[in-house]
Design a protein around this ligand. Structure first.
Ligand SMILES: NC(=O)C1=CN([C@@H]2O[C@H](COP(=O)(O)OP(=O)(O)OC[C@H]3O[C@@H](n4cnc5c(N)ncnc54)[C@H](O)[C@@H]3O)[C@@H](O)[C@H]2O)C=CC1
Ligand SMILES: CC(=O)C(=O)O
Ligand SMILES: [Mg+2]
Length: 617
C-alpha cells in the first residue's frame, strides 16, 4: 500500500520535474503560444508582448502589424547583438565623462529597453548580470532615486499615499495583472545610505524586483514595486518644485501604522499568497512592522533579515579563511559599526548562529553573557551605561560579564576599540563613507587573526566604509575584504589578486522570496532564513576561501538562487509551514531529495524567450 503511494508520488515528481516551465539555464527553452487580447499598435506599445522588429511575417498578418514595422524581420540574436553594440558604443562615447553621467546614461538605455521590450531586456540582464547589476541596482539605483523626480517619464509600480486612506482596498484592483507573486515595498525613509528620499525611493523596489526576475526567475508580469508615500522629512525635497511626492512631513505613530496596515490588508485581500518584502524603512519602522506582520503575512524585511544572512555567510567564510574550524566562530571578536536595522539584524543572527554551533548545541550553553561583539553607533562604543538604550541593542552592549578585559569606556572611538580589542572582523553598516580610515585600518593590522576581515557593507559606493585598495594597503595583503556595492579586484604586490567580494543581500533575498513562494509558506520563519544563510555559506569551496573569495560571482546568481530557494522551501516543509502552490502539493515537496528540489526550483524559473502570439479576437 505504502510502496504504491510512494511509487505514485515519485512518478508525480518525475512528471513535475520534466514538464515544468523552461529551464533556468542555457536558454534553449521553447515557449508555447501566448494568447493576446490586443492588436496592432497596442501590441507594439505593450513591452510584455512587443518583439519590435522580430515579429515574423505570419504574426504581423495575424496581429494587424503589417505595415507598422520596417519590412526586415530580425532574429532575437540580431536584436540582442544590436543592443549590446549600442551599449558598448555608449561606453566608448562617454569615456572621460564623470562617473555619474556615464552611469545615468547606461541606466537610461537599459530603462528604455525595459519600457519597450521586456523579453529582450530581461535576457540581456540575465546574461550580463555582473555588468548590469551595478546599473539597475546599487550603486546607480541610488543616483536614480536621488534624481527620480527629474528623470521621471512614466510610472512603474503602484503608489499608495497618506491621502489614499480608506481607498486602498479598491485601489489595489487598479493594478492590471490578475496575479502578483512578489511585492517589494518601501516608504522611502532610508534609501541605501542616502537617507529620506520620500517618493523618489520607488527606484529601490523597482531595482530589487529586476533582481528577482533576473536571479529568481520570477515572471515580470507577477511582480509589483510599491511606494508608500507618507510624506518626507527631507527639507530639500519639500522645497524642490519638481518633487513628485506628498509635500508634507512624514506621518508618525498610529497615523503611520494605519496606512501600512491598510495597505497590507489590501494586498492580502487581492493576492493572499503574494510575498511582501519590506525594503529601506528607517530602523524604528523596520523592526515595528516586522514584528507586527511577520506571523500574519508572508513577509520579511530584507535589510534586517536578508542582510543578516549574507553577513553571517561572510563571517563564517572569514573563520574558514583563517584555516580554523567553523566551531571557532564562537571565539571570533567582531566589531560592528552601525547599530541600525541592518547592524542589529546581523548581530542577532550571528549571535544565534554562535549559540547553535556544534559543541554549543544547547541554547544558553554559551549564555546570554557570552558577547563576542563590540558595537558602535554615531556616539561611539555602546555600553550598558548608555542612556535610553534600545532593548534590541542592549543585548550587545558591553559592560557586564567576566570577559570584559579591555579598558574601554562608553562612547569610545572606533580606533580606540580596534586598538584594544584587536578584532578578527571589522564590519561596517553605518552608512558613513570612509569611516574605516587609514588609522583604523592600520590598527586592524594588529588583529588577532592571520587574515583580518573587513566588511564595508554600506551602500552606495560613496558610503562604503573603505575601499579594497585601502584595505590591502593598510591592513595587509593577507586581509579579506567585502563591500555592499561592487568594487574591482586589486592587484597585490606579488601579482596575486586581492579579491573585492560583494556582500550584498542580493545573494539571498531572491532565494528567500522564491523558496517561500514555491513552498506556499504561511510565513517566513527564522529557520527558513537560517537555511538560506547556511546554503550561501556552504556554496564556496575551501580552495576559493583560501584565495580570499568569500562569495560566489554574481554571474552565478541564478544558480545560487536555485540552491537558496530550495533550502528555504525545504526548511518551510520541515517546519510544517508549506501549503504548496497550485501545481505542487506540499507532500510532493516533502518527498523530493535535496537535488530534486534544486532542479524543481530551477525549472520553475521564468526565462525570457519570444512566444508565438495568438490573437483571441
Ligand atoms: N550590503 C548590504 O546588503 C546592505 C547594506 N546596507 C547599508 O547599511 C547602511 C545602514 O543601514 P541601516 O542599518 O538600515 O541604517 P540605520 O540608519 O538604521 O543605521 C545606521 C547606524 O549607523 C550609525 N552611525 C551613523 N554614523 C555613525 C558613525 N559616524 N560612526 C558609527 N556609527 C554611525 C547610526 O547611529 C545607526 O546606528 C546603509 O548604508 C545601507 O545601504 C543595508 C542593508 C543591506
Ligand atoms: C542593499 C540594501 O538593501 C541596502 O543597502 O539597503
Ligand atoms: Mg535595503
Amino acid at each position: 500500500m505504502w510502496r504504491h503511494a510512494a511509487a505514485r508520488r515519485s512518478a508525480q515528481i518525475r512528471r513535475l520535474l520534466s514538464t515544468s516551465a523552461p529551464s533556468a539555464g542555457a536558454g534553449s527553452a521553447v515557449r508555447g503560444p501566448c494568447i493576446v487580447h490586443k492588436r496592432g499598435t497596442d501590441i507594439l506599445h505593450d513591452p510584455w508582448y512587443n518583439k519590435d522588429t522580430a515579429f515574423p511575417l505570419t504574426e504581423r498578418d495575424r496581429l494587424g502589424l503589417r505595415g507598422l514595422l520596417p519590412p526586415r524581420v530580425m532574429s532575437f540574436e540580431q536584436q540582442y547583438e544590436r543592443f549590446i553594440n549600442s551599449y558598448h558604443s555608449l561606453e566608448h562615447n562617454t569615456q572621460g565623462e564623470p562617473d555619474s553621467v556615464v552611469s545615468l546614461a547606461k541606466w537610461r538605455i537599459l530603462n528604455r529597453l525595459h519600457d519597450r521590450n521586456e523579453t529582450l531586456y530581461y535576457r540581456v540582464l540575465i546574461d550580463n548580470i555582473k555588468d548590469f547589476a551595478p546599473i539597475i541596482y546599487t550603486p546607480t539605483v541610488g543616483l536614480v532615486c536621488e534624481n527620480y523626480s527629474g528623470l521621471f517619464r512614466r510610472p512603474r509600480g503602484m503608489y499608495f499615499s497618506a491621502k489614499d486612506k480608506g481607498e486602498m482596498m479598491s485601489m489595489i484592483y487598479n493594478w492590471p495583472a490578475e496575479k502578483v507573486d512578489m511585492i517589494v515595498v518601501t516608504d522611502g525613509s532610508r534609501i541605501l545610505g542616502l537617507g529620506d528620499l520620500g517618493v523618489q525611493g520607488i527606484g529601490i523596489p523597482i531595482g530589487k524586483l529586476d533582481v528577482y526576475v533576473a536571479a529568481a526567475g520570477i515572471n515580470p508580469q507577477k511582480v509589483l514595486p510599491i511606494m508608500l508615500d507618507v510624506g518626507t522629512n527631507n527639507e530639500e525635497l519639500l522645497e524642490d518644485k519638481l518633487y513628485l511626492g506628498l509635500r508634507q512631513p512624514r506621518l508618525e505613530g498610529e497615523e503611520y501604522l494605519a496606512v501600512v496596515d491598510e495597505f497590507m490588508e489590501a494586498v492580502h485581500a487581492r493576492w493572499p499568497k503574494a510575498i511582501v518584502q519590506f525594503e529601506d524603512f528607517q530602523m524604528k519602522w523596520a523592526f515595528e512592522t516586522l514584528q507586527r506582520y511577520r506571523s500574519r503575512f508572508c513577509m520579511f524585511n530584507d535589510d534586517v533579515q536578508g542582510t543578516a544572512g549574507v553577513a553571517l555567510a561572510g563571517l563564517l567564510g572569514a573563520v574558514r579563511a583563517q584555516g580554523r574550524p567553523l566551531a571557532d566562530f564562537t571565539k571570533q571578536k567582531i566589531v560592528v559599526v552601525g547599530a541600525g536595522s541592518a547592524g542589529i539584524g546581523v548581530l542577532n543572527m550571528a549571535k544565534h548562529a554562535m549559540l547553535r554551533m556544534p559543541g554549543t548545541h544547547k541554547i544558553g550553553e554559551l549564555g546570554e553573557g557570552h558577547n563576542q561583539f563590540w558595537v558602535l553607533d554615531k556616539d561611539g562604543l555602546i555600553t550598558k551605561s548608555r542612556k535610553d538604550l534600545d532593548p534590541a541593542v542592549a543585548r550587545f552592549a558591553r559592560g557586564y560579564g567576566p570577559e570584559e578585559v579591555e579598558d574601554l569606556h562608553e562612547g569610545a572611538s572606533l580606533v580606540e576599540v580596534v586598538k584594544k580589542v584587536k578584532p578578527h572582523v571589522l564590519l561596517g553598516l553605518s552608512g558613513v563613507g570612509g569611516i574605516f580610515n587609514e588609522e583604523v585600518l592600520k590598527a586592524m593590522k594588529e588583529s588577532d587573526s592571520p587574515c583580518p576581515a573587513i566588511f564595508a557593507m554600506s551602500n552606495p559606493t560613496t558610503k562604503a566604509e573603505c575601499t579594497p585598495e585601502d584595505v590591502f594597503k593598510h591592513v595587509g595583503e593577507n586581509a579579506v575584504f567585502a563591500s555592499g556595492s561592487p568594487f574591482s579586484n586589486v592587484t597585490l604586490s606579488n601579482g596575486r589578486k586581492g579579491y573585492a567580494n560583494q556582500a550584498n543581500n542580493m545573494y539571498l533575498f531572491p532565494g528567500i522570496g522564491l523558496g517561500a513562494l514555491l513552498s506556499g509558506a504561511r510565513h517566513i520563519s527564522d529557520g527558513m532564513l537560517h537555511a538560506a544563510a547556511e546554503c550561501l555559506a556552504s556554496y564556496i569551496t575551501d580552495d576559493a576561501i583560501r584565495k580570499g573569495i568569500l562569495f560566489p560571482s554574481i554571474s552565478s546568481i541564478r544558480h545560487i538562487t536555485a540552491r537558496v530557494g530550495a533550502a528555504v522551501a525545504r526548511a518551510a516543509v520541515d517546519e510544517d509551514l508549506a501549503e504548496g502552490c497550485p501545481d505542487l502539493d506540499p507532500r510532493d515537496l516533502r518527498s523530493m531529495s535535496e537535488s530534486d528540489t534544486v532542479d524543481y526550483v530551477a525549472r520553475k524559473m521564468w526565462y525570457p524567450v519570444y512566444s508565438p502570439l495568438v490573437n483571441d479576437k
